[in-house]
Write a protein that binds this ligand. Structure first.
Ligand SMILES: C[S@@+](CC[C@H](N)C(=O)[O-])C[C@H]1O[C@@H](n2cnc3c(N)ncnc32)[C@H](O)[C@@H]1O
Length: 393
């Protein structure tokens, strides 16, 4: 392959390396279906030997990293695009470049505005230390994430990535919210406790907090397992309680977490956080059934909801947007964002609320917006709103 689109890609790549505008190159869409190599990520790193191109070769169960000089790297990229991959996406601080080849030999190249502005790009690339290490990790081993030798087990790579990303995100929220050293955490619907253990580990061993962490879980078998592992890991201030999110009696809650608590269990968790004036509420919702069942717009939105998949996505967005809006009405600054690529888990949206210091009455403007959204989508009620309106609760 030697056509002008290919030459153009190589030229832009070379130029970006010379001017230090280069951010990242991804080679993907493999030509040989049977090949194990899924894609290659290339970035620049500065190591003792100087600035090099670092290639990450991604296989289904592991990644292999190799560094090459610019010249070697350029040759490697050329060969890979000729033999192994159809697609190249180049990110520079000036522009994004999408290069594509087709089976009939045709190629296209598109230049788009830069989606990332990371400059300067050739600063020393510190090795990214993991938030949670798999080595000598008692709870990861007992939970079946790692082997006796401290390696991540085959098939558990996504879980391990998710744990690390989650700890990265939550620990940064804890830092920003300026929670005291010995704050309390309630993890509602803690399940097997992967994330509960990892957060406890990071906060106590790396951030020097002394949190009291309680996992609340309906399933007694998971509670027994969690408490057994906490004992073996010598995590004295971490315990699991069998009970429901709604009713389990807990001491003051500073940080309320509910990850993947199904459908309205997320609303119950947010409700408890609001009612008990938790300083921070973090939820990763899933299974948005309650709103989906009710959605019945009598306007142009019906053109969206008539398709099952779009109705499902719309219901997710609406459910979570109303949750965030209600949290704002009750005095929380909220953020909604993806915490990990959908490649690793599809349930990847986090709603984070941090309580503002001032005690304020419920913001009726925001609640009016909730009403407006409900009306627009023909919804009778949102479960969280209903919980907050019920006087006996
Ligand atoms: C999908 S799992 C998520 C587990 C964990 N939070 C995670 O993200 O890895 C949901 C867990 O919530 C529990 N659960 C669901 N509804 C609950 C409720 N109302 N009260 C307590 N636990 C609940 C389920 O038993 C299940 O273990």
């Amino acid at each position: 392959m030697n056509d002008h689109h290919f030459q153009k890609l190589l030229l832009i790549l070379e130029e970006s390396l010379t001017t230090s505008d280069f951010i990242k190159l991804t080679l993907s869409s493999k030509k040989v279906a049977a090949s194990d190599l899924k894609n290659i990520y290339v970035k620049a790193v500065t190591i003792k030997a100087g600035t090099m191109l670092s290639f990450v070769f991604r296989y289904p169960t592991n990644d292999i990293t190799k560094n090459y000089s610019f010249e070697e790297g350029m040759e490697f990229i050329k060969t890979s695009l000729q033999k192994d991959f159809f697609q190249a996406i180049l990110l520079t601080s000036e522009k994004d470049v999408h290069f594509m080849q087709f089976k009939n030999g045709k190629t296209t190249i598109k230049q788009l505005p830069a989606s990332q502005q990371l400059k300067p790009v050739f600063l020393h690339d510190r090795p990214k230390s993991l938030f949670i290490s798999p080595e000598n990790n008692v709870y990861l081993r007992l939970l079946g994430v790692t082997t006796d030798e401290g390696k991540v087990k085959k098939g558990m790579e996504d879980k391990f990535r998710q744990i690390n990303k989650y700890v990265e995100v939550v620990s940064s929220i804890v830092e920003q919210a300026k929670l005291p050293i010995n704050f309390s955490i309630a993890d509602m619907g803690s399940g097997k406790g992967y994330l509960t253990f990892a957060l406890y580990d990071y906060l106590t061993n790396r951030m020097a907090h002394t949190p009291v962490v309680t996992g609340v879980e309906l399933r007694p078998d998971l509670v027994t397992l969690g408490n057994k592992i906490a004992k073996e890991a010598k995590y004295g201030q971490l315990q699991f309680i069998q009970g429901s999110i709604e009713k389990t009696v807990l001491p003051d809650i500073d940080l309320l977490i509910a990850l993947h608590a199904c459908d309205t269990a997320t609303d119950e968790a947010i409700f408890r956080g609001i009612r008990e004036k938790a300083k921070v509420i973090i939820t990763a919702p899933c299974c948005h059934k309650q709103i989906r069942k009710q959605m019945n717009p009598d306007n142009a939105l019906a053109e969206i909801t008539k398709y099952g998949i779009l109705e499902e996505r719309q219901a997710e967005m609406l459910t979570d947007a109303i949750r965030a809006l209600i949290m704002e009405a009750y005095g929380y600054s909220t953020k909604v964002f993806e915490f990990i690529s959908t490649e690793h888990t599809p349930k990847n949206v986090l709603i984070v609320g941090v309580k503002k210091n001032e005690e304020e009455p419920v913001n009726q403007d925001k609640m009016n917006k909730v009403q407006a959204l409900k009306k627009l989508f023909g919804i009778e009620y949102h479960f969280l709103e209903k919980l907050l309106e019920t006087p006996s609760l």
